[in-house]
Design a protein around this ligand. Structure first.
Ligand SMILES: Cc1cc2nc3c(=O)[nH]c(=O)nc-3n(C[C@H](O)[C@H](O)[C@H](O)COP(=O)(O)OP(=O)(O)OC[C@H]3O[C@@H](n4cnc5c(N)ncnc54)[C@H](O)[C@@H]3O)c2cc1C
Length: 384
């Protein structure tokens, strides 16, 4: 049995899940390492909409953390959203919690800076995990550069293609619970406004939507997400479909005529939560965020659930060190917490997404219904 470890905890991945976890462990007194294969600031394909619940989670750790992020540049404070039904009808909504959009390159670097400023976490950038082995009494990690790291507990926050998940809980891709998404940045979109996020549904691709999100300094994140089941079944090439929709969608007619695309269209996967039980722990390991498939199936946001699960994983880690119990049985408390605090809501969203997926008339009717005085909060609650 080894008597010394390089670290007590190794967190793999310094996105929203990993940084929230490291911040939640800042007073633990444990030796924590935070590894990321990238050097920050780094890009991450995303819609760049930072959900109000992500900021709330951060505020609960320390109100000053969330306050400081509102000063980021570029940033666009979201005032309202417009949801456009397949028949062109619009629903205008205001969300309860304040939120903003900011490119992930900026936002994630700021989260990592908070870890740097407020914790003793050892941050190892440019350090990609290649292999890991759970042994009696420790976890042994090997990086792509061949470095070996030993720790007592590993927390996999390494995103949609998580090495930790693939090695410790391998499972085939479940396309009914996975989305494909693409996005590009644009300038000069006719009718686009600061403070307004726009969502467009089309009758052909109801298991997904097109978005235009302002991200500050006159730039817009424009993207398209779709259930991977639909993508595979109809052999949809999202990178080709997106420009066609931007040119032909009836509610977007002419808006991109003089728009300037900045850079290429880039894609990435979205592992959806809800609708099935996904194991997210085992002896000496926990999974958070996209590695644990926690993206909201209706809206496609996962920054909030990544941060919430990172904070729950930190609490579980503290309990494990206190009891000196790293068994799979003890770690199941974490799965139960995530199920209670996050997955129950995602299951509702998943059922709604599947129910609406072949009923464009129902989406049209929902948008019409929301115009009836008194019914709007009900419709908004169902989708938000
Ligand atoms: C097209 C698209 C649009 C989206 N739009 C939104 C949106 O507008 N709002 C929203 O809330 N969510 C959105 N999401 C979802 C959101 O991006 C994720 O849910 C969120 O990033 C999850 O955070 P995470 O920390 O779990 O993973 P990530 O943010 O993916 O972070 C994982 C980190 O792990 C690192 N890593 C990966 N592999 C290794 C390795 N082997 N070794 C070391 N480090 C590693 C990566 O470099 C990365 O920094 C979108 C996703 C997509 C694909």
């Amino acid at each position: 049995m080894p008597t010394s470890f390089d670290y007590d905890i190794a967190i793999i991945g310094a996105g929203p899940a990993g940084t929230a976890c490291a911040l939640a462990l800042r007073h633990s007194g444990l030796r924590v390492a935070l590894l990321d294969k990238a050097r920050f600031p780094r890009d991450k394909v995303c819609g760049d909409a930072i959900p109000g619940h992500a900021l709330k989670a951060l505020r609960q750790l320390d109100p000053a953390f969330a306050e400081g992020l509102w000063q980021l540049q570029p940033l666009d404070a979201v005032r309202q959203s417009r949801l456009v039904a397949p028949n062109g009808g619009s629903l205008w909504m205001r969300w309860k919690l304040p939120s903003f959009n900011s490119p992930r390159e900026t936002f994630d670097a700021a989260l990592l800076n908070l870890v740097r400023q407020h914790s003793a976490t050892e941050i190892l950038e440019n350090t990609a995990l290649k292999n890991l082995q759970i042994e009696a009494g420790q976890v042994r990690l090997t990086t792509t550069a061949g470095t070996e790291i030993a720790c007592q507990l590993v927390i996999g926050c390494d995103g949609a293609n998580s090495v930790v998940r693939r090695q410790l809980l391998p499972a085939p891709l479940d396309r009914a619970h996975h989305c494909a998404g693409v996005r590009a940045y644009f300038e000069n979109i006719k009718g686009a406004e600061d403070g307004l996020t726009e969502y467009f549904f089309t009758k052909d691709y109801l298991q997904g939507y097109l978005w235009i999100f302002p991200v500050g300094q006159g730039r817009y994140n424009v993207g398209l997400g779709m259930l991977s089941e639909t993508v595979a079944k109809h052999k949809v090439d999202l990178k080709q479909v997106m420009p066609k929709l931007l040119a032909r969608h009836p509610a977007l007619a002419g808006r991109f005529d003089n728009a300037r695309q900045l850079g290429t269209i880039q894609g990435f996967g979205l592992p959806l939560g809800g609708g099935r039980t996904v194991p997210m722990s085992g002896a000496r390991f926990l999974l958070c965020g996209d590695a644990a498939s926690l993206i909201d199936p209706i809206q496609g946001h996962g920054i909030d659930t990544a941060m919430q699960s990172g904070i729950l994983a930190a609490a579980q880690a503290l309990a494990a060190f206190e009891k000196q119990d790293f068994s799979a049985g003890f770690m199941l408390q974490y799965d139960a917490q995530v199920a209670h605090k996050i997955s129950r809501k995602l299951a509702k969203s998943y059922r709604l997404m599947r129910f609406l997926s072949n009923k464009p008339w129902l989406v049209n009717a929902g948008v019409r219904l929301a115009r009836v005085p008194g019914l709007k909060p009900w419709v908004q609650k169902a989708i938000g």
